[in-house]
Ligand binder design. Structure first.
Ligand SMILES: Cc1ncc(COP(=O)(O)O)c(C=O)c1O
Length: 390
């Protein structure tokens, strides 16, 4: 038998694999499940974006490697988009790097900055790649609890100064997965101060910056004064334009960090497929209407779910952004037990909060990734389930 690396053992995905096994078992038994677990957009990209993608894919010239830095056009469109959206100026040559989905950058930044034994400050609950990327690099996690009473922002004053001094980087993510919390500019300004004090690299994951409701516009970390000196920000076109499977994102900010990540990636991949870069550039420069439509669709889903569950006695905070609802468990059960019962008894799959870290206990994450008619059915099932339980 070939023995896999110890590194693989460090990737504890037990809650997710337990739920996945259950889903498969229930499907095999013929259950019609409603899957509200994975944050994969169910909506299609706008038709113009698909046309640009398919048109480019027909051209013979589009099939070479683009290499890590991608096309100058894509980088300059990212910089223009940033200026228009956030008022932040970026040098497209040194401060912008395309990614094969933001996940590519989120995973690899740790290999560029973390040596075995190095510490990193990671939100708990948090999107799992931050912990997984850190573990793959051999680093050690210092968990930053995201608590309801702090609006699911880390309390910087509660971070042990000795650990902050030893840590090399801090991850943040707003609008947040899984809590759906949002962050203000003044919070990011505090983070810049903190980063300067403790010489931390700040990595902000802004995958949901364009998915916010009722006119709320999430801010960029780079809008905070001095942010570019201490950090970088990751973006994704996956949720913004429903291009998740096309695998395109980008990272912007501190030129040294961008260069080092680029150097690492140059040893790992040969860049994003050129038609995808072309479609992404088109989306970022010309398809802003589709963002508004997308937000409205999620806002309607959100309202339907929140109201339907409230009618059954399950009250949830109304998210201002992201594609998730972070729902406190209404039955007093732990998150895994509740999610398993909801799957078995109602055929609705959600993610137990524990899967995102110890501080995720007490919650489940509901992804709003089905159309309204399906969500209506999910609500009916949840109402029946809770009617039997509470
Ligand atoms: C917070 C967050 N960051 C990043 C990603 C990865 O997105 P991408 O498709 O750009 O790799 C996701 C995907 O669900 C996410 O939830």
């Amino acid at each position: 038998m070939h023995r896999p690396s110890k590194r693989l053992d460090s990737l504890g995905a037990s809650v997710f694999s337990e739920m996945d096994n259950l889903r498969r078992e229930l499907e095999k038994a013929g259950n019609q499940l409603i899957n509200l677990s994975i944050g994969s957009p169910d909506r299609a990209p706008a038709l113009e974006i698909r046309k640009i993608l398919s048109g480019a894919a027909l051209e013979e010239s589009q099939y070479g490697y683009t290499l890590t830095r991608g096309t100058a056009k894509f980088r300059s469109v990212c910089a223009e988009w940033y200026l228009n959206r956030f008022g932040v100026t970026l040098d497209p040559e040194t401060e912008v790097l395309p990614l094969m989905g933001s996940q590519d950058g989120l995973a690899h930044i740790f290999l560029a900055y973390i040596d075995p034994g190095d510490l990193a400050l990671i939100p708990d609950p948090g999107y799992p790649i931050y912990t997984a990327g850190l573990m793959l690099a051999g680093g050690e996690k210092v968990a930053m609890p995201l608590l309801k009473e702090n609006g699911f922002l880390p309390d910087l004053r509660q971070i042990d100064p000795n650990l902050a001094r030893k840590a090399k980087l801090m991850f943040l993510n707003y609008p947040n997965n899984p809590t759906a919390a949002v962050a203000s500019l003044s919070f990011f300004e505090d983070v810049v101060e903190f980063a300067k004090k403790y010489e931390l690299l700040i990595c902000h994951d802004a995958a949901y910056s364009e998915l916010a409701f009722e006119g709320y516009k999430p801010v960029s970390f780079l809008e905070a004064r001095g942010a570019k000196e201490v950090g970088i920000e990751f973006h994704s076109v996956s949720k913004t334009y429903n291009l998740a499977g096309a695998r395109l994102g980008f990272v912007v900010g501190n030129a040294d960090v961008i260069r080092n990540l680029s150097q690492l990636k140059a040893n790992i991949d040969y860049g994003v497929f050129r038609p995808v870069l072309t479609a992404g550039a088109y989306a970022l420069s010309s398809a802003q209407d589709s963002i508004a439509e997308n937000k409205l669709a999620y806002e309607r889903r959100r309202d339907l779910l929140i109201k339907g569950c409230a009618d059954a006695g399950w009250n949830m905070p109304i998210p201002q952004g992201s594609m998730f609802i972070w729902a406190p468990i209404p039955t007093g059960q732990d998150s895994v037990t509740f999610a398993i019962e909801l799957a078995r008894d109602a055929g609705v799959i959600v993610v137990p909060g524990l899967g995102f870290g110890d501080h995720g206990e007490g919650y489940v994450r509901i992804a709003m990734v089905q159309e309204e008619s399906v969500l209506q059915e999910a609500v009916r099932r949840i109402q029946g389930f809770l009617g039997r339980k509470i």
